[in-house]
Write a protein that binds this ligand. Structure first.
Ligand code: COA
Ligand code: MG
Length: 295
């Protein structure tokens, strides 16, 4: 299992690989991750142009602290193999694989990347967007334990899940809760990052804020986005608040006191605090520090 270095994954903005203007903007937007899309956002007759444009953008660099991810077409489409081969030699941080249903699909893409010359550091991110993927989450995320697997992140594809299941999502996303929680649980079981699906109504700031808060409560590291206007609110929602950081520092300091050395449980402000809370507090501070160091 690979344990990724601690870094923020609050906001991951998709942009159509066919939109040169959007690709150019990627280098200046305050997103933690940019996902250059060759799949659903690109029409079939624009696939080759988009691939060339995306690879040129990745090769030109200049993305700073942003993680650069290329979403390829599925390997059973006419474009998938060429997308994967081009990404292997252009070396974004990760390739995002659409529609995997099993660990076998993860391993096939991992092995093909190696054959195409990808460095070991190139990660594989997996969309979770089919009913079979939901049923097989433990197998898909568990691919992280297999030799040669590159999987490091799960990305929810809620629009596809809605289409395939015929569920309807309202503001509470009740119908999606099983998919969302199962994905977070599977990701945590195998040390993966996990990102929530997109909020389609990009002019609705209140709705986005509500969905970000829900995603954060469910345990997601961040959210995938479709429009630059969604970045600021998402970064805010998935950052530890000043109050969170202050509480975390207080917990760490309390366990460091001489009188508490060696204790597994203490009382702080009238509440039970265990060593596991100190672990959580150290993570909160580390993420806050990583956010402060980025940007
Ligand atoms: N990434 C980077 N820049 C983007 C962007 C994105 N996802 N979406 C919009 N922009 C840019 C536009 O190019 C425009 O730039 P400009 O002012 O320099 O011309 C600016 O932001 C304002 O765009 P706006 O007019 O508000 O939106 P639009 O009507 O042009 O585009 C969408 C709306 C939904 C078509 C567009 O946001 C988009 O393509 N989003 C991504 C879709 C996608 O990748 N889907 C697949 C995964 S679900
Ligand atoms: Mg999809």
């Amino acid at each position: 299992m690979t344990v990724a270095p601690l870094r923020p994954y609050r906001s991951a903005l998709y942009m159509p690989g066919s939109n040169a203007r959007a690709l150019d903007k990627a280098k200046s937007l305050p997103a933690d991750v940019v996902i250059l899309d060759l799949e659903d956002a690109v029409a079939p007759d624009a696939k080759e142009t988009a691939r060339a444009q995306v690879m040129a953008a990745v090769a030109s660099g200049g993305f700073g602290h942003r993680q650069v991810v290329v979403r390829i077409n599925a390997l059973d489409t006419p474009w998938g193999a060429a997308d994967l081969a081009a990404a292997a030699i252009t070396k974004p941080d990760a390739v995002l694989l659409p529609k995997p249903n099993s660990s076998r699909d993860i391993m096939t893409a991992s092995v093909e990347l190696r054959r195409a010359g990808a460095p070991d550091s190139l990660r594989l991110w997996a969309m979770v967007e089919t009913p079979r993927a939901i049923l097989n989450l433990s197998d898909i995320a568990g691919a992280a334990t297999l030799a040669g697997s590159r999987i490091s992140c799960l990305v929810l594809g809620t629009n596809d899940l809605v289409k395939d299941t015929r569920a309807e999502l309202d503001a509470t996303r009740t119908a999606a809760l099983y998919w969302l929680s199962a994905s977070v649980t599977a990701a945590r079981a195998f040390g993966l990052t996990v990102l929530d699906g997109v909020y389609n109504n990009f002019r609705d700031a209140d709705g986005l804020a509500r969905e970000c808060a829900q995603g954060r409560m469910l345990g997601f590291d961040g959210k995938t986005l479709i429009h630059p206007d969604q970045i600021a609110a998402t970064n805010a929602a998935f950052s530890p608040s000043d109050a969170d950081v202050a509480t975390a520092r207080k917990i760490i300091a309390a366990f460091d006191l001489a009188e508490n050395k060696g204790k597994g449980v203490i009382t702080l402000d009238g509440k039970m605090v265990e060593l596991l809370h100190a672990d959580m507090a150290r993570r909160t501070v580390a993420i806050a520090d990583a956010i402060a160091a980025g940007g």
